[in-house]
Ligand binder design. Structure first.
Ligand SMILES: [Zn+2]
Length: 78
């Protein structure tokens, strides 16, 4: 799947999904809404990710990938 180039959380109108991968291999999926709730939509994704702590190993070593939200079933772009 194509990765999005997200600078600020508000990019792509927040219509994307973030995959956070930690150095320990733990991956979690979150929505920009979750991050914007405490950081604000103007915050940069890189900045927010740097502050995130892994829920498994407690390190702040996450890297983020942003991918488009999965299109609804039967969706066709014309
Ligand atoms: Zn971890």
């Amino acid at each position: 799947m194509r990765d999005l180039d997200i600078q600020q959380l508000g990019d792509e109108f927040g219509q994307y999904i973030i995959y956070l991968k930690c150095v320990c291999g733990h991956i979690r999926r979150c929505h920009p809404h979750t991050l914007a709730a405490f950081a604000g939509w103007d915050a940069t994704l890189a900045d927010v990710v740097r502050r995130l702590r892994c829920s498994k190993c407690n390190q702040k070593q996450c890297t983020a990938r942003a991918v488009p939200m999965t299109a609804p079933r039967g969706y066709k772009s014309h």
